[in-house]
Design a protein around this ligand. Sequence first.
Ligand SMILES: [Zn+2]
Length: 75
Amino acid sequence: MKRRPLERKERKVMKNKYPGDCVVCGKRVEAGEGFPEKQNGVWKVRCLQCVIKNQERKAQRDPERYGKFQKKDAE
Ligand SMILES: [Zn+2]
């Protein structure tokens, strides 16, 4: 019998429902192409590139906690 793991340790990734401009680089982000971010109680959008950059910065500062987000090869 095949057993399927019910709980996969997968983090729910929330994508933006509405298009907007990235809070970091100002680039246009279409719905579902970025990530929502709450700033002063208002939902803003951050583009994928800026999210990755942010994660890399975190990974450098705190590799044990955020190391998983590092890119495989750092060009
Ligand atoms: Zn951006």
